[in-house]
Design a protein around this ligand. Structure first.
Ligand code: ZN
Length: 234
């Protein structure tokens, strides 16, 4: 963003200089040039300053939020027995299609996607993200031949577990010191009516989140590791 060049729409620098050289008798161009040039320079500077303001204040904060989230998810995934998924988790957040909006709508308390939705009615960054990351239930939808409409699809076991790890990490980052083992379940419960998710996927995720709220992390991760050894599905 910092390297972006701001071009003035009136093309008052090169183009107008050329005009004056070609036609030295055209006094009106000579008189207008400094005023236009100054106005364009000022506009360019203003835009540059705005871009720098966004970069310097939010670039590092957003990068730190992603890194912190990824680190937490990786730790959870290690405990759950899916280290490779932990490493690859949310890598698309570093791509320009997601990172730029993350900087622009940075807020330490909620997802930047919320701010983008307020401005545009939808979030392009989120659509980019959910289309590439299989740990989001929103990825798992397809046209159903019997229902003749787009319906949720049952998620594979390892992605439900990654989703669990993701939700626990997100709760810790966004809730900070107010986080408890019950926070991820409370968030899940609050959003129940807004979610379009396959029923069996929802039930299994709910079971894990409830287990976390009632028995804590150590117990739940041990249960997940054991479950993965014995089952391929849920
Ligand atoms: Zn994600």
């Amino acid at each position: 963003m910092g390297n972006k060049k701001y071009r003035c729409d009136c093309r008052c620098t090169k183009k107008r200089n050329k005009d004056v050289e070609d036609n030295p008798a055209d006094n009106s161009s000579v008189k207008k040039r400094p005023v236009l040039k100054r106005a364009c320079n000022e506009a360019g500077l203003m835009l540059k300053k705005q871009a720098e303001k966004i970069d310097s204040s939010n670039f590092m904060k957003h990068l730190r939020t992603i890194n912190r989230h990824k680190k937490l998810v990786f730790i959870h995934c290690l405990k759950a027995g899916i280290p490779v998924q932990g490493l690859l988790h949310d890598l698309s957040k570093y791509s320009p299609s997601e990172f730029v909006y993350g900087i622009k709508y940075y807020s330490g308390e909620r997802s930047p996607n919320e701010g983008e939705r307020e401005d545009y009615g939808y979030s392009k960054a989120w659509m980019h993200h959910k289309g590439r990351n299989k740990h989001h239930f929103e990825y798992w939808t397809d046209y159903n031949l019997e229902a003749h409409k787009v319906m949720p699809v049952k998620m594979p076991l390892n992605y439900v577990i990654e989703m669990f790890c993701d939700r626990v990490a997100a709760g810790k980052v966004y809730k900070g010191s107010a986080y408890t083992d019950a926070s991820p379940y409370e968030y899940f419960d609050k959003g129940r009516s807004r979610r379009t998710i396959h029923q069996e996927t929802s039930d299994f995720l709910e079971k894990l989140l409830k287990m976390l709220a009632e028995n804590g992390e150590k117990f739940t991760f041990a249960y997940i590791r054991d479950y993965r050894k014995k089952h391929k599905d849920y």
